[in-house]
Design a protein around this ligand. Structure first.
Ligand SMILES: *Cc1c(COP(=O)(O)O)cnc(C)c1O
Length: 363
C-alpha cells in the first residue's frame, strides 16, 4: 500500500489540512458507510471514542457502567475518566465476551450503561444485552476496538448499540500510521454532541457551548485510513482463512482449546487465541524458537493495581481469571503464509507434548 499511502499523505501536506478537516470528513463518510451507520466521528484514539460516548450520554459521578473484566484497560479507564464507576460482569467461557446470564444481578439503580467488548474480533451476544438494557432504560455502547468489520447476526459491529467505538491503533484490523479512533452512531443528537466535545466544546470557532477536550483526528490519519479501509474486507477474509487453518490443524490436540465462532457472529480474528494450562512455559518455549506469541490479557482489569480501590479480589470473576492464566495468542495477520502457519502449528504440537498436563474438559 506504500505508494497509495505516500500519495494520500502528500495530498494532506499540499492542502495543509492537518487537524481534523476534509480528509477526516471523507474518511468519516466512508467508515460510516462501511459500518452501516448514519454517522462516524473521527477522534484521537479508541479510548477517546469510549470516553466521549459516555460523556455525550451524560454519564458522570455517581453513575455505574457495566463492562467485562477481560478487556484492555482502556474500556474501564474511559468509565473512570468521566467520573463513573466500572462494574464488572464475567465473560462467557466459549466466546470470551460479556455473559448476558450474569448481567441482571450486576444492575443497580445507579447503572446507566453497559459496554460489551467484542473481544479478539468476535461480537458479544448483543440481543439479550440490548433487551435487558431496554427493560432497565440503559445505554449500550459497543467497544468494537478489536472488531472492525465483524458482524452480529449480519449487522456490522459498532452499528447496533447507541454508539460503537473503534480504535485505529496501528496493530488493529484497521490501523492508522499513528493514533486514531472513531465513534459510529445512528443518533444525530449524539453525533452533534461528540463533534462538539472533541473540539473543545466549540459549536463554532471560539464559541464554546460545553467544556470539551482536544480529541480530534489528524488529517494525515484520516487520509491514510481512507486508503487502508479499502483493503479491510480482504484482510479480514485472510484472517478468517488462517483461523480455519489453525482450527483444523489444532483440532484434537490435548491441553488445547481453539477459539469458537458463535452462531450469531462473523469473527474477524483481531487475535487468534488458544487456551492451554501450559501457557507460561509455551510462551517462552515458542519465543526460543523464534515465534512471537502474545498474552491478551495476563491480568484481568478487576485485579489491576490501579483498580484496587474497587475491592475486587481473586475469585471475583473466575472465568476471566482462568482465561488470563491460559490465553495464548498465536501469530495472526493477513500476510501470514500457509508455510509460516504450518511451522507455528508444528512447534506448538511438539512443545505441548513435552509439557504433559492434560486439560480437564471444558463444561
Ligand atoms: C485498543 C483498544 C482500546 C483503546 O484503543 P486506543 O486507540 O489504544 O486508545 C479500547 N478497547 C479495546 C478492547 C481495545 O482493544
Amino acid at each position: 500500500m506504500r505508494e497509495d499511502l505516500v500519495a494520500a499523505i502528500r495530498e494532506v501536506i499540499d492542502s495543509s489540512a492537518f487537524a481534523g478537516g476534509p480528509f477526516v470528513a471523507k474518511f468519516e463518510e466512508d467508515f460510516a458507510a462501511f459500518c452501516g451507520s448514519s454517522y462516524a466521528i473521527g477522534v484521537g484514539n479508541g479510548t477517546d471514542a469510549l470516553w466521549l460516548s459516555l460523556l455525550a450520554l451524560g454519564i458522570g459521578p455517581g453513575d455505574e457502567v457495566i463492562t467485562a473484566p477481560m478487556t484492555f484497560m482502556a474500556t474501564a479507564e474511559a468509565i473512570s475518566f468521566c467520573g463513573a464507576k466500572p462494574v464488572f460482569v464475567d465473560i462467557d467461557e466459549r466466546t470470551y465476551t460479556l455473559d448476558p446470564n450474569l448481567l441482571e444481578r450486576a444492575i443497580t439503580p445507579r447503572t446507566k450503561a453497559i459496554i460489551p467488548v467484542h473481544l479478539f474480533g468476535q461480537t458479544a451476544d448483543l440481543d439479550p444485552i440490548l433487551e435487558m438494557a431496554r427493560q432497565r432504560g440503559l445505554h449500550v455502547i459497543e467497544d468494537a476496538c478489536q472488531a472492525h468489520g465483524a458482524e452480529y447476526k449480519g449487522r456490522k459491529a459498532g452499528s447496533i448499540g447507541i454508539s460503537g467505538c473503534f480504535s485505529f491503533y496501528p496493530g488493529k484490523n484497521l490501523g492508522a500510521l499513528g493514533e486514531a479512533g472513531a465513534v459510529v452512531t445512528n443518533s444525530e443528537e449524539l453525533k452533534n454532541k461528540i463533534q462538539i466535545l472533541r473540539d473543545h466544546g466549540q459549536a463554532k470557532k471560539y464559541h464554546h457551548v460545553l467544556i470539551g477536550w482536544n480529541a480530534r483526528m489528524d488529517g494525515i490519519q484520516g487520509a491514510v485510513l481512507r486508503v487502508k479501509l479499502r483493503h479491510l474486507s480482504k484482510a479480514n477474509d485472510a484472517r478468517r482463512a488462517h483461523a480455519r487453518s489453525y482450527n483444523q490443524q489444532l483440532a484434537d490436540v490435548p491441553d488445547l482449546i481453539t477459539p469458537v465462532e458463535a452462531g450469531f457472529a462473523r469473527h474477524v480474528y483481531h487475535v487468534y487465541t488458544v487456551r492451554t494450562r501450559a501457557r507460561d512455559r509455551m510462551v517462552q518455549a515458542m519465543a526460543r524458537r523464534g515465534i512471537a506469541c502474545g498474552i491478551h490479557y495476563p491480568i484481568p482489569v478487576h485485579l489491576q493495581e490501579a483498580y484496587r480501590s474497587l475491592g475486587y479480589a481473586k475469585g471475583s470473576f473466575p472465568v476471566s481469571e482462568r482465561c488470563a492464566d491460559e490465553f495464548l495468542s498465536l501469530p495472526m495477520y493477513p500476510e501470514l503464509t500457509a508455510e509460516q502457519l504450518g511451522v507455528v502449528v508444528g512447534e506448538l504440537k511438539v512443545l505441548l507434548r513435552s509439557c504433559k498436563e492434560p486439560y480437564a474438559s471444558v463444561t
